[in-house]
Design a protein around this ligand. Structure first.
Ligand code: PRP
Length: 171
């Protein structure tokens, strides 16, 4: 497989993103990170380790009903958060924004829970695939429309454990 982003490139960019994020919030206020399962688990794990101590985290899991209906934007909530968001500085942590449909759904349902602020951080963005105009406050890498795996991203549940991000052969 062709390596698109090496582990070193990813880790370097995550350190920069952690710095950008922390600089945007008052130093004495907690930042609550909401990781989106499953793809976002590795980005979440490295991002929190690159940030200081004023971080709490939670996870949410969503699934599109089926690949064939993904374009409809139907998203199913598979696992909800453990705690409420009211009055908190919340950042959604995603591995990739593609059409933007999943993220739009997540932003809508989380905004309804009255966080003090709501922002989004995505490691990867494929702007050429966008179907809805969604705001992403922190983007790690902007990439072409190629099928990427590794670092949390899967093909048929495989390759999530790769340290690098690779382009899948034949895609
Ligand atoms: C991926 C990714 C985002 C979504 C982005 O999740 O983690 O949640 O797709 O696509 P979109 O912008 O077109 O909505 P996926 O459905 O593959 O689930 P996974 O994270 O469990 O692998």
């Amino acid at each position: 497989m062709e390596i698109l982003l090496t582990s070193d490139m990813i880790q370097q960019r995550i350190r920069e993103m952690a710095g950008e994020i922390e600089a945007d919030y008052p130093a004495d206020e907690n930042i609550h990170l909401v990781g989106v399962l499953k793809g976002g688990f590795m980005f979440m794990a490295d991002l929190v380790r690159a940030m200081g101590s004023r971080v709490t985290l939670d996870f949410i899991a969503v699934s599109s009903y089926a690949k064939s209906t993904k374009s409809s934007g139907e998203v199913r909530l598979v696992k909800d958060l453990d705690s409420g968001l009211e009055g908190r500085h919340v950042i959604i942590i995603e591995d990739i924004v593609d059409t933007g449909l999943t993220l739009t759904y997540l932003q809508d349902i989380l905004r309804a829970r009255a966080p003090r602020t709501l922002r989004t951080a995505c490691l990867l963005s494929k702007p050429s695939r966008r179907k809805v105009d969604v705001v992403v406050d922190y983007i790690g890498f902007t990439i072409e429309d190629r099928f990427v795996v590794g670092y949390g991203l899967d093909y048929a549940e495989q390759y999530r454990n790769l340290r690098d991000i690779a382009v899948l052969d034949g895609e």
